[in-house]
Design a protein around this ligand. Structure first.
Ligand SMILES: C[S@@+](CC[C@H](N)C(=O)[O-])C[C@H]1O[C@@H](n2cnc3c(N)ncnc32)[C@H](O)[C@@H]1O
Length: 303
């Protein structure tokens, strides 16, 4: 397994520029994956150090042999705890390139892809307790309805949730192929793959508690950043991007920006980039995965 085919890093230059790297600083790549972004950060470090997190043990195969790098096989929601373990209280910059890697999608046994035959798994952390199979075969109808509607924006979420519950009573779901064959009946004609992708996205977000992990991580990231330290987050769907954007612009996930007596915004971060940075046409042509990427860059407010 080589890093080149594991994952092509998206907006590499924009991410490292966003971090405004101090060669002697301490950095965190929260989503190490194939290590593309990490290697680019290491190239700019001198006496600095980089901590690379990934909850997927497959990422271990890509760890560089470099004394300035430490791999942390953990969920990024526990950022503070693990940094403390290494005696790190504050860092100069944090990068998160959310979602799953091409390796995870392309490996049939991981169950992320609508195109391959595999178990309905979808766990990024292979030791986690709940897989997509458990979600489909045990969640009650109301919960399935909510997940499909909220995380997949599936239009007929209620009908589909009902059908899942009655189907599994006859034969429980186990393979991706069996599940997509079942989904076909509910998909709009000619848009089957888009529909499958929406349903799979919803399951994946639930299995990995992606929204919960993102909220916890963002709050911890704000705490561990030095004043003026950079937060660089790349997301691939609007639910994630909304959380990141709201925290940067409004200082909270929900609700409006508050101001102090003098009219200064009360928020722990301030935007560095105007709006979201997106990939250019050339990159999208070479790497279609870059199409949906939205990059937001912020710095910790100096008190
Ligand atoms: C889009 S890929 C990152 C690719 C990487 N930037 C590169 O250049 O190869 C996302 C990676 O983050 C990991 N990941 C996603 N959510 C995570 C979480 N909550 N905690 C730890 N790792 C996570 C996934 O396992 C995956 O390997």
């Amino acid at each position: 397994m080589t890093a080149a085919v594991y994952h092509i890093p998206v907006m590499l230059a924009q991410c490292t520029e966003g971090l405004a790297i101090d060669p002697n600083g301490t950095y965190v790549d929260l989503t190490f994956g194939g290590g593309g972004h990490s290697r680019a950060i290491l190239n700019q470090l001198d006496r600095g150090h980089l901590y690379g997190f990934d909850q997927d043990e497959d990422a271990l195969a890509n760890v560089p042999d470099d004394p300035r790098f430490t791999f942390v096989q953990a969920n990024f929601r526990d950022l503070k705890k693990y940094l403390r373990l290494y005696g790190v209280k504050q860092v100069d910059g944090i990068l998160a390139d959310l979602g799953i890697s091409s390796h995870q999608i392309d490996e049939p046994s991981r169950g992320f892809s609508t195109r391959f035959q595999g178990e309905l798994d979808m766990r990024m952390n292979q030791s986690a307790a709940v897989s997509a199979k458990e979600v489909l075969n045990t969640y009650d109808e109301g919960k399935l309805h909510r997940i499909l509607g909220m995380y997949g924006e599936v239009k007929n979420a209620k009908t589909l949730a009902q059908a899942i519950v009655s189907e599994r009573n006859q034969s429980p779901f186990s393979s991706t192929e069996g599940f997509t064959a079942f989904l076909k009946k509910f998909a709009p004609r000619g848009k089957e793959f888009k529909y499958f992708a929406q349903v799979f996205q919803a399951l994946r977000i639930e299995v990995n508690d992606e929204m919960g992990a993102l909220e916890e991580m963002l709050l911890e990231a704000v705490e561990v950043l030095k004043p003026e330290g950079r937060l660089v987050v790349m997301s691939y769907h609007s639910l994630e991007d909304r959380l990141v954007k709201n925290l940067i612009q409004k200082g909270k996930f929900h609700g409006e920006l508050e101001k102090d007596f003098y009219g200064n915004p009360i928020r722990p971060l301030e935007p560095v980039s105007r709006g979201a940075v997106v990939a250019d046409a050339e990159e999208i042509e070479a790497n279609p995965r870059a199409r949906s990427a939205k990059l937001r860059i912020a710095k910790k407010v100096k008190l």
